[in-house]
Design a protein around this ligand. Structure first.
Ligand code: MG
Length: 254
């Protein structure tokens, strides 16, 4: 089967590059926005309106391209470009509060089709589901246990509140490995939808699968380092049993 061979090749390439002999999978690390929740359109709209209110220019698709960054980092980028200076802590706090207020207004809490199924499957297989998000928005974080019951605990979640350096820095996913049970990079895989999230996971040394649930081109995710790109979480879910089989089977020296 061509698809199986293709996945196998990607996994082999990863192991060779990272100097591992095999996977020893213990955990699957999930990003939140655009992977579990259909929340990116609301994030995008809220950011655009927030900066429009301040007469600060932004680029088309900017908030999809910058997705995963900490809020203060996104604000600072816009300040640097528009005002040629850093944003202050006070400005960052105020602007992020306004953006969060709009987000709360616009977001419908819709989960992405397939998300619940893939999380449940991971758990059934005895793997630890870990969440790694750049989000600091209580309006969604607080609802995770409602939409995805018995999946994540505070001990298996990394949010904006736990890191100094947000994505694309490796810190969030390095901490994710720790929270998954002091794991090595070959003991987990990552599911991401954003280019900076993919970069962060790859920089942490983890095999990364992208789900392209937004408006960006697949190539943006591939260039960021995604080994496989699916067009939806449903497509990921359909292929997940096969991926796990191959991961458990693969060994470079057998
Ligand atoms: Mg995301």
């Amino acid at each position: 089967m061509k698809q199986k061979e293709n996945i196998k090749q990607k996994l082999k390439l990863y192991l060779e590059k990272r100097d591992f002999n095999a996977f020893n999978l213990k955990s699957v690390i999930f990003d939140m926005d655009g992977v579990l929740y259909d929340s990116m359109p609301s994030h995008d709209k809220s950011w655009r309106e927030t900066f429009d209110e301040l007469n600060l220019q932004h680029e088309p698709y900017e908030f999809f391209l910058q997705e995963g960054r900490l809020g203060k980092s996104t604000i600072n980028e816009i300040f640097q470009r528009n005002l040629q200076r850093d944003s202050t802590d006070e400005e960052e706090e105020k602007i992020y509060a306004r953006k969060s207020e709009l987000f709360k207004q616009y977001n419908s809490d819709e989960t992405l089709p397939g998300a619940k199924e893939v999380l449940n499957f991971v758990k059934e297989k005895g793997l630890v589901p870990v969440l790694v998000t750049g989000s600091g928005q209580h309006s969604l974080l607080d609802k995770l246990s409602y939409h995805f019951p018995d999946i994540f605990t505070p001990e298996t979640m990394v949010t904006a509140f736990n890191v100094t350096n947000g994505k694309p820095h490796p810190e969030p996913f390095t901490l994710g490995l720790k929270k998954g049970g002091n794991l090595l990079p070959n003991q987990a895989i990552v599911i991401e939808n954003a280019p900076l999230g993919v970069k962060s996971a790859v920089a942490a040394g983890i095999f990364t699968i992208a789900v392209n649930t937004g408006p960006l081109d697949d190539n943006v995710l591939i260039d960021a380092g995604a080994a496989i790109v699916y067009q939806s979480v449903t497509e990921l879910n359909e292929n997940f049993p096969l991926i796990l089989d191959i991961i458990n089977d693969i060994n470079l020296h057998s």
